[in-house]
Design a protein around this ligand. Structure first.
Ligand code: PMP
Length: 381
């Protein structure tokens, strides 16, 4: 194995609903859901049925031909997002690459110097060279530079900074409506609106990366929908095929024109198995939207009550079922104590505990998570 991952001391042997089980049969409440991928938990009957049936029928076709589910999924995602066209790939990073290629091609078609990008400090867009270039964490980029040289980073929610950074050489503005890896920082609606205005004024494309915050996570199909804007490009991934690799790049008709026939592609992306499961995922997710908002408020209230009792909690940031618990101390020791007590969450940066629970989390399970976290925090003293 490459030594790139720092893993937690947990071997997952099996899983069911919102719980995973280790080799000894010990149970853990999963509040990170494979970093937002297992949004319907484990063994969801509708996902399992779609998987089994399609696995026996046809898993892969390549994109040399048509199959029944890709167009249907594109249509569904476009209807949900208000965009016009879809391209399917295998990951968030790959979906981002496609968006960045569309932006480059769009800019160059207007002016050869119009290739600059504006992105956010503390953002995360993936590990490939293009996605890394717009990722606002210098430590992820450093070893691999030089990357795309034309990126200006702006602080999240700094509208004036954004206005200063965008000019006639800007081809695209890249945003995460809720910065996920960065520690769960929701962007203000007014910031998204301003980004839309600036992109329009300078003929730049607005790219919204919803790999983590999209597809129901915030209580709406897409997080940008809280602000009322319509982006030119939307990246979706993680939970889209309920654990099978699938990424989607959504385009307005105008943005789509920058990728002519033959200028982009992928072998496995958008196969019949992944697309069929994704259609089932979207149907279940839409039914769960009111539940996501409700259980999100229960968790938020529980975390606020913890913050009132544990001074190491400096603040809670959340939107729907995305939570960042800002600590004044390193989070890893707390995470390990929670794990011992049967609660699995994650630490992003040193001092932020992150929770991305499954959408099917019940009120009782939300309370169970708060109780265990309470004990894990008390263990510190
Ligand atoms: N964009 C965002 C906002 C992400 O959170 C991630 C992954 N954490 C990615 C892109 C990259 O996705 P993947 O790991 O599927 O390439």
């Amino acid at each position: 194995m490459l030594q790139n991952y720092a893993r937690y001391p947990l071997v997952v042997e099996s899983a069911s609903g919102c719980y995973v089980f280790d080799l000894a049969g010990k149970r853990y409440l999963d509040m990170i859901s494979g970093i937002g991928v297992n949004a319907l938990g484990y063994g969801h009957p509708r996902i399992a049925a779609a998987l089994a049936e399609q696995a026996a029928r046809c898993v892969h076709t390549s994109n040399l031909v048509y199959h029944r589910y890709q167009g249907a999924l594109a249509e569904r995602l476009c209807a949900m997002s208000g965009l016009d066209r879809a391209f399917f790939s295998n990951s968030g990073g790959e979906a981002m690459e496609c968006a960045l290629k569309a932006v480059r091609s769009h800019g160059r078609s207007l002016n050869p110097r119009k290739i600059r990008l504006v992105a956010l400090e503390n953002s995360f867009h993936g590990r490939s060279f293009g996605a890394l270039a717009v990722t606002g964490h210098p430590q992820y980029r450093r070893l691999f530079e030089p990357l795309h040289p034309e990126v200006t980073f702006v602080a999240p929610n700094d509208e004036d900074g954004l206005a200063r950074a965008v000019d006639e050489e800007t081809a695209g503005i890249v945003l995460e409506p809720v910065l996920g890896e960065g520690g769960i920082y929701p962007l203000e609606d007014s910031f998204l609106v301003r980004a839309r205005e600036l992109a329009d004024r300078h003929q730049a494309l607005l790219v919204v990366d919803e790999a983590q915050c999209g597809l129901g996570r915030t209580g709406r199909p897409f997080a940008f929908q809280w602000s009322g804007i319509r982006p030119d490009l939307v990246v979706a991934a993680k939970p889209l095929a309920a654990g099978l690799p699938l990424g989607a790049t959504l385009f307005t008709e105008q943005a789509a024109q920058s990728i002519p026939v033959g200028m982009h592609g992928t072998t496995c992306g958008g196969g019949p198995l992944a697309c069929r499961v994704a259609l089932e995922f979207l149907a279940v997710m839409e039914e769960l939207l009111p539940h996501i908002r409700e259980v999100g408020s229960v968790l938020r209230a529980g975390l606020e009550s913890l913050a009132a009792r544990h001074p190491v909690i400096a603040g809670i940031r959340s939107k729907g079922l995305m939570f960042g618990i800002q600590l004044s101390v390193p989070g890893h020791p707390i995470l390990l104590r929670a794990l011992e007590r049967g609660l699995w969450l994650n630490c992003t940066h040193d001092t932020v505990l992150r929770m991305l629970p499954p959408f099917i989390l019940t009120r009782e399970q939300a309370e169970e998570a708060i109780e265990i976290l309470d004990q894990a925090l008390a263990d510190l003293n």
